[in-house]
Design a protein. Structure first.
Length: 496
């Protein structure tokens, strides 16, 4: 039995790599509605393995009881074959996952080959369930069985949620009616900001087309109220597109800035932008407006108290290079007579996404403390204000060039953490995480946390845009407590 137990433990380890590495981290299956059948199959397979591991951990099954073990093994085979079919129909598996599935299948075959003589020997014995002890392996199998059972419940609940009403139905998305409605093309529409923007556009009566790498996710979010394309080449030249909002791009805080990650961050922005430019070039009627996302990273890491407006010089470093190249690429649309505005977006705060959940997590866990000196500036914007600003820029027929999408009252990092602690009713410890330690752990990515910029939305204020959330305290209160302590910015006259 020692070889069998080794193979079972190997299967457990490989399965854990597949589940956590591929299904959770890479594919994020529990969040994907189109993966609901696959999640249900995973839940069933995990129950089968949980029962198998639990049954073999401390017992030997003799006589007719062998049929129970054989049934579990047969169920696992059927579920795995069905899973292979469903996976190929619903998603594109990365090469590493295909290789791992092959290894798992080969190892399972070895388990059957090694286990078969033992099962035959057990079957010849009088029916009984007798104690068995395989030492540490028994404990490992028992723990694995309990873990798999819990995980099965989790996947089953995720699948059940996805078999229910679509997201757009649960959110009661209803299109509005608007005279002179425009056709707005949105990229990055299924992200945190893009989803909220598309909802606002639909609700105010605009016609919306979204570019989506995962059309099934877009269909779940927006239903029949938007047109979905997986490739801009699907739009014929006679399509009338009045405005473009380009939000597509990998999260800059989604991983260490390795050479590979930098290339991905850059190409995820420039690739979509080039495709949009190609679309504009071949459209018979050109769009009038293009709103392009950028970031306050354009100004680089600034340690001083200088107030940065749209006329401030660019900084240095990777963030600046990324934003500059993205803005320059989008600006080429002006060659076709398109008005191009670049929103330099600050850290976006919201209750269901953005940077706030990660910032608030240590505070929730009673481990809140400042990063770096705590005196670095933190420029931010509430997601509702950001969406409103995008609509504002779309409606302003002459506004072009850079626009700072940041709340009018930036705060120091220590003030941010204090506001989060107050909103969550948690302590904020006087300890600080040294900037050098952050740099050692995160490399250049650490500048997102240990450095900052004091960004002012000069052009938006000059044009009369009204922020609902002007202070970090009102934003935190709305996000954590649901209290809409909205504050409007004073209308300021002047030229942008």
């Amino acid at each position: 039995m020692s070889l069998l137990m080794t193979l079972l433990v190997t299967q457990l380890g490989l399965g854990a790599i597949d589940e956590f590495g591929h299904h959770e981290i890479v594919e994020r299956l529990p969040q994907r509605r189109e993966a609901r059948v696959e999640l249900a199959l995973h839940a069933a397979r995990e129950i089968a393995y949980a029962l198998l591991f639990g049954a073999l951990a401390w017992r030997a099954w003799h006589g007719a009881w062998v049929a129970a073990i054989v049934a579990l093994l047969a169920i696992e085979i059927v579920i795995t074959l069905a899973d292979f079919i469903v996976e190929d129909r619903t998603r594109r598996l990365p090469p590493t996952e295909r290789v791992l599935h092959t290894v798992l299948a080969v190892n399972f075959g070895a388990i059957l080959a090694v286990f078969a003589p033992t099962l035959l020997a057990w079957a010849r014995l009088p029916p009984a369930i007798v104690p068995a002890d395989y030492g540490a392996t028994s404990w490992l199998l028992a723990i694995a069985g309990a873990t798999l059972l819990a995980y099965s419940v989790r996947n089953a609940l995720a699948a059940r949620r996805h078999f229910g009403p679509h997201t757009w139905q649960r959110c009661c998305l209803r299109p509005g009616r608007r005279a002179g409605a425009r056709h707005v093309l949105v990229t990055g529409a299924t992200g945190f900001i893009g989803t909220k923007l598309v909802y606002r556009l639909v609700e105010r009566g605009e016609r919306v087309t979204v570019l989506a790498r995962r059309p099934a996710k877009a269909a779940d979010l927006f239903g029949p109220h938007v047109a979905i394309v997986g490739d801009l080449a699907m739009l014929p030249a006679h399509t009338q597109v009045d405005a473009i909002v380009n939000l597509a791009g990998e999260s800059i805080a989604g991983g260490l800035w390795t050479a590979r990650r930098r290339a991905l961050l850059l190409e995820s922005r420039l690739g979509v932008t080039r495709a949009l430019l190609a679309l504009v070039a071949r459209l018979d009627r050109k769009p009038t407006t293009w709103v392009n996302a950028s970031a306050i990273g354009y100004y680089g890491a600034r340690d001083g108290d200088e107030q940065l407006n749209e006329k401030s010089a660019a900084g240095t470093g990777f963030q600046t290079n990324l934003c500059t190249r993205w803005e320059d690429a989008a600006a080429r649309a002006a060659e076709y007579g398109v008005r191009v505005a670049a929103l330099r977006i600050a850290v976006v705060l919201g209750r269901d996404g953005g940077a706030l959940p990660a910032l608030a997590r240590p505070v929730r866990l009673f481990a809140g403390m400042c990063l770096g000196t705590g005196r670095q500036w933190f420029s931010w914007i509430h997601v509702d204000d950001l969406v409103a600003l995008v609509l504002f820029v779309l409606d302003e027929r002459t506004l072009a060039g850079p626009v700072n999408a940041a709340a009018p009252e930036p705060v120091r990092h220590a003030e941010l953490m204090a506001a989060l602690a107050a909103a969550l009713h948690r302590p904020l410890w006087p300890l600080k995480v040294p900037a050098r330690l952050l740099a050692l752990a995160l490399g250049e990515l650490a500048e997102l946390f240990a450095s900052g910029q004091r960004v002012i939305p000069a052009r938006a204020l000059a044009l009369g845009f009204r922020f609902r959330y002007t202070t970090i305290a009102t934003a935190a209160a709305e996000i954590f407590d649901g209290r809409a302590h909205a504050a409007s910015a004073t209308r300021v006259s002047g030229s942008p």
